[in-house]
Design a binder for this molecule. Structure first.
Ligand code: M6R
Length: 365
């Protein structure tokens, strides 16, 4: 049932404040503002030398964000792979280390093959899945469910933000167990997470503005997405979402890579969507934007009030989100990025929920 929405994807985008709230409530002791994982870990976080994360598509991008979190909060080195690469690249794996697999369906063949490979090498296997009865869930030592509810749209939306919510909690738990986060640090991080559903609701109010932008975007051939730090995976996710459902060619890049190649593509016809909350890498992203503006590129800047004040690029179209702790920006900035893809596809009139050539779960390697 799509409720009053035209597509499941629209419904699922709008459900995010609620399902992310449910997911957070499953992993957080709301009274004390501490992480409280629902199950015991069969390993000691302190003894881990390295964490390997593997997943495909959007779930891989959730893993990319998590790498920044695990390294920052827990000082735990993270290797992240696309599952189809992890399985065949002969990575030296150490017995007793931890491998995390992220999957909405829990049936993705490449992710499952990687999981079995990690098990053969005697790694502890933890999965973040949305379908608790899935093969990946069954084959894991520990399952951390996302409580997104069934996701029908082929383009993943609410499963992604719920994956981020679970991974943030895990990274905080790891940080505490490894003695890298004080109780006060933890409370601050958890407090920021608790704000996310409210911030997502505010992000959804940008929809009318995004609908207008989508008319423009629907006429373009290529779109470039840029971001730094944890906004880099959101740029990748934005590009994937747009190409999946609108069939417009899109690429996501780390903003710093612009001058190493993609800047050659920039002209007046190419929209450049810049994901840039006012965080510690904001100034660097602004200089990348200036490089785009100097070449006549059309900038759509997704930022916050401080960012919009300091961006100093007149030609930019700005989408302004509320101010928030930088840890939670990937969860909230995902929302306008999803809406941009959705409305662009809706203007074009593609089959949003069942885009051509794609399947909801990819059960062949
Ligand atoms: O079910 P999974 O999370 O394992 O699926 C992984 C990818 O196939 C999936 O995220 C795909 O990229 C989506 N269509 C993205 O919207």
């Amino acid at each position: 049932d799509k409720g009053n929405h035209k597509h499941f994807m629209a419904k699922e985008i709008h459900e995010q404040p609620e399902v992310v709230g449910h997911t957070l409530a499953h992993y957080i002791d709301m009274v004390h503002e501490r992480v409280a994982l629902p199950s015991e870990m069969p390993f000691d976080w302190k003894k881990l030398k390295r964490l390997s994360i593997s997943a495909c598509g959007t779930a891989f991008y959730a893993g990319l964000v998590a790498k920044y979190w695990f390294e920052r909060f827990a000082k735990l080195p993270v290797e992240i792979d696309i599952a189809s690469e992890f399985r065949y690249r002969d990575a030296p794996l150490e017995e007793g280390d931890l491998a995390i697999f992220i999957s909405q369906s829990g049936e993705t063949a490449d992710t499952l093959a990687s999981l079995r490979y990690a098990k053969e090498h005697k790694l502890h296997v933890l999965s973040v899945v949305n379908v608790p009865t899935s093969t990946i869930a069954r084959d894991s030592d520990v399952v951390m469910p996302t409580l997104a509810g069934p996701e029908i749209g082929v383009a993943s939306t609410k499963a992604f933000t719920c994956q981020l919510a679970v991974l943030a909690c895990l990274a905080i738990a790891a940080g505490r167990a490894r003695g890298e986060l004080s109780e006060a640090d933890e409370q601050k991080l958890v407090h920021a997470l608790i704000e996310v559903p409210r911030l997502m609701t505010q992000a959804l109010t940008l929809e009318p503005q995004i609908e207008k932008l989508a008319v423009e975007l629907s006429k373009t051939r290529d779109v470039l997405y840029l971001g730094r730090g944890t906004s880099f995976p959101i740029a990748l996710e934005g590009a994937l979402k747009l190409k999946e459902i609108s069939y417009i060619h899109a690429e996501g890049y780390a903003a710093g890579e612009l001058k190493h190649g993609p800047i050659a593509l920039i002209d007046e016809k190419m929209p450049v969507i810049v994901i840039a909350p006012h965080d510690r890498v904001f100034d660097k992203t602004v200089s990348n934007m200036q490089e785009v503006a100097a070449r006549g590129g059309r900038i759509i800047l997704v930022t916050d009030p401080k960012g919009s004040q300091e961006s100093t690029i007149d030609s930019a179209h700005t989408l302004t989100l509320p101010e928030m702790a930088s840890t939670v920006t990937p969860l909230v900035y995902a929302v306008p990025v999803q809406l941009m893809a959705y409305h662009t596809a809706a203007v074009i009139g593609t089959d949003v929920d069942q885009p051509r050539n794609l399947a909801k779960s990819v059960t062949v390697e």
